[in-house]
Design a protein around this ligand. Structure first.
Ligand SMILES: NC(=O)c1ccc[n+]([C@@H]2O[C@H](COP(=O)([O-])OP(=O)(O)OC[C@H]3O[C@@H](n4cnc5c(N)ncnc54)[C@H](O)[C@@H]3O)[C@@H](O)[C@H]2O)c1
Ligand SMILES: CC(C)=CCC/C(C)=C/C=C/C(C)=C/C=C/C(C)=C/C=C/C=C(C)/C=C/C=C(C)/C=C/C=C(\C)CCC=C(C)C
Length: 606
């Protein structure tokens, strides 16, 4: 079945934004001339600081400052006075990405006193937002898994609920519209049968293989969805799950070391179809199917049909804002403009952190939401790289960063019923993983028109790009290169999807890997870890404990890897393990030692 890429707007469900949703007053641009800005995240000011955040500061045996729920920086806080001498937090979280915020809020609801320290002026990291000229842009991608109202895997919904927050979402009828070589135009419909019918219409000779491959994904997804998700590093929970759901746990253990590409090849021969499966995996793992863990592939290839993809009204940034507010409501703290430059250790144990301005904060446990490369390469000084981290760096390398273009365009440039998310690879499968080879495009205003001024749409275009391409250029050349690369990408989209796109631009900002490094504090602006070769599924991916006593990691360089829902899971796991270690959850020191040794040994097999 070949479908027209565009249906009429009136046929499209969910494009209507409920009237009760608060709208913003927006400044409309009258001349429609594109305004090129130097960088997507530059010049974000205090005016964008979210309301409802709050922070207290504690300096071990020295300074602790309590301030009202407001939006003060560390400097402001210091001026307000001293309280709580000698206090110690239960946990300090370095960074307020979704991983850090979920770990922090989960601990806070278990009764821990948590301090989150964020380098930037708002929470969220790559799931943050910024506003310009009446547009609200998502910094990162706008595809949200795990945000439905059913099952056990709706981890974003659950994380918000844990701190009493709920967000209105708009269901997306199509996860992504693929525009691929050989005129493959495939929509991933929310309805599973509709999607497989569409795929089978292109590959009728592979009907059985398609159903078997995706069927195997469902087997794994259903097993995952049946478990209560907590720390796989905590033996009482893990053995309890094995006892309650032996078949499901054995299923997951069986697939843990496997990759999607190898399983697809058991059932499918057509090279074009295998390339399609590569593209399916690439958009969520930045590598092909052969390198994508089967558990992760199953999670995303099924959740989009089970719970569906749901977009938060008001933009993705609302998730982090709500979590940050929830954290404060639970009596914990978050401080912005608090750049951690070092983790303090005492006799080999992580006990505190130091900020750029020399301040020190102390806690029983330190949780780093910075990448493992940043944590062990920059924050932990004078400590030899633990063996576990050496192993991690042998198996995983930094995925490239992105070039991103945030644009506001005249609404009429989009054909009626344009889908929200697109993936474009024009003519050559071999370009899939090459820098600038394929193009991601999200148009969140298709689902929430309040994000842009009336008569405008947001286009967020991104493509992989490496730091090496952008470093060392004089300012003028750097700006010229950004303009050139952006123009090329826009012209490719003009040819493939939206004729006249270039002349409909109202607003445009371009961010490079340097922008990502600067604003997200990620080494080389990396999107996350990717396997150096063919991994043993998820076996080599470290969990949250580290080789340094008292130091934990959370975020995309922890099991299970990249993605908002993935880092939310790492946050849940981390909070559980930390809570057990500080006495807020049950633990068995003997079983702990055995399990941690066993997991360490398993990772060396990867
Ligand atoms: N599915 C999607 O659509 C989507 C959208 C956006 C992001 N993402 C995912 O989110 C993942 C990243 O989430 P995450 O939680 O791991 O991290 P993150 O990079 O989003 O957040 C880390 C935070 O830590 C802060 N930080 C880093 N170093 C610091 C320091 N030294 N001091 C103080 N603060 C510091 C950063 O400023 C940032 O806010 C990515 O893998 C990406 O896949 C996905
Ligand atoms: C331990 C041992 C040894 C054993 C045991 C066994 C068991 C029990 C196991 C278990 C396991 C588990 C639980 C697991 C879990 C997992 C999970 C949850 C996972 C998840 C995952 C997720 C993911 C990966 C996601 C991702 C996503 C992403 C990345 C997204 C992205 C997006 C984008 C970029 C968008 C696109 C756009 C366009 C196209 C425009």
């Amino acid at each position: 079945m070949l479908t027209s890429p565009f249906l009429s707007l009136s046929q499209r469900p969910f494009t209507h934004i409920p009237h009760h949703f608060p709208t913003r007053s927006v400044s409309q641009n009258s001349n429609f001339l594109p305004k090129f800005q130097s960088s997507a995240f530059e010049n974000r000011g205090w005016s964008e600081f979210p309301s409802g955040s709050c922070s207290n500061v504690l300096r071990r045996k020295k300074v602790s400052v309590v301030r009202p729920k407001s939006t003060l920086s560390v400097e402001d806080v210091a001026e307000r006075g001293v309280k709580g001498e000698g206090e110690e937090f239960d946990a300090i979280v370095i960074g307020s990405g979704i991983g850090g915020l979920v770990a922090g809020t989960q601990l806070a609801v278990k009764g821990a006193r948590v301090l989150v320290l964020e380098k930037y002026v708002i929470p969220g990291g790559s799931s943050g937002f910024y506003q310009r000229d009446g547009y609200t842009f998502d910094v990162g991608s706008s595809v949200m898994f795990g945000f439905s109202d059913k099952g056990n895997l709706n981890l974003i919904t659950q994380a918000l609920e844990a701190v009493g927050c709920q967000m209105q979402v708009v269901p997306d009828p199509t996860t992504v519209h693929f525009h691929l070589p050989n005129n493959l135009s495939i929509r991933v419909h929310k309805e599973y049968d509709k999607f497989t019918d569409e795929l089978i219409s292109y590959f009728p000779h592979e009907k059985e293989g398609i159903l078997k491959f995706y069927g195997e994904c469902w087997k794994i997804f259903n097993a995952l969805n049946s478990l209560e998700l907590k720390s796989l590093e905590e033996p009482l929970y893990l053995f309890g799950q094995f006892f309650q759901k032996p078949l499901e746990c054995l299923t997951l253990a069986y697939y843990l070391p496997q990759n999607a590409g190898a399983i697809a090849r058991k059932y499918i021969q057509d090279p074009n179809l295998l390339s399609f499966i590569d593209a399916e995996c690439f958009i969520v793992s930045t590598v092909n199917a052969i390198q994508t863990p089967m558990i992760n592939a199953s999670m995303v290839l099924c959740d989009r049909h089970f719970g569906g993809i749901n977009y938060p009204l008001g933009g993705v940034g609302g998730i982090a804002k709500s979590l940050a507010k929830g954290l404060v409501d639970q009596g914990s703290e978050i401080i912005y403009k608090a750049n951690v430059t070092g983790i303090i250790t005492e006799q080999g144990k992580a006990v505190g952190v130091r900020l750029t301005d020399g301040r020190e904060f102390f806690a029983k446990t330190i949780i780093s939401n910075a990448t493992r490369w940043d944590t062990f390469g920059k924050l932990l000084k004078g400590v030899p790289l633990p063996k576990e981290e050496e192993n991690f760096q042998k198996v995983y390398v930094k995925a490239p960063s992105f070039l991103s273009i945030h644009m506001g365009v005249k609404a009429e440039i989009l054909p009626p019923d344009t889908d929200c998310h697109h993936f474009v690879l024009e003519s050559n499968w071999s370009k899939l993983e090459e820098p600038y080879g394929s193009i991601f495009l999200s148009i969140p205003t298709v689902l929430d028109s309040s994000l842009a001024p009336e008569g405008r749409h947001i286009l967020h275009i991104f493509t992989t790009s490496s730091m090496e391409d952008w470093e060392g250029l004089p300012r003028v050349e750097y700006e010229a290169k950004k303009q050139l690369v952006a123009e090329e990408i826009i012209s490719r989209l003009e040819n493939k999807l939206f004729p006249g796109l270039g002349s409909s631009i109202d607003f445009m900002e371009v961010g490079t890997p340097k922008t990502h490094r600067r604003y997200l504090a990620r080494d080389k602006g990396t999107y996350g870890p990717m396997p150096r070769g063919i991994p043993k599924g998820l076996l080599g991916m470290p969990f949250n404990t580290t080789g340094i006593d008292g130091l934990y990691c959370v975020g995309d360089s922890c099991f299970p890897g990249q993605g908002v829902i993935a880092v939310a899971f790492s946050g849940v796991m981390c909070a559980h393990r930390v809570a057990a270690d500080i006495g807020l959850e049950k633990k068995s020191p003997v079983l702990d030692a055995m399990l941690l040794r066993l997991l360490g040994w398993l990772r060396t097999m990867a």
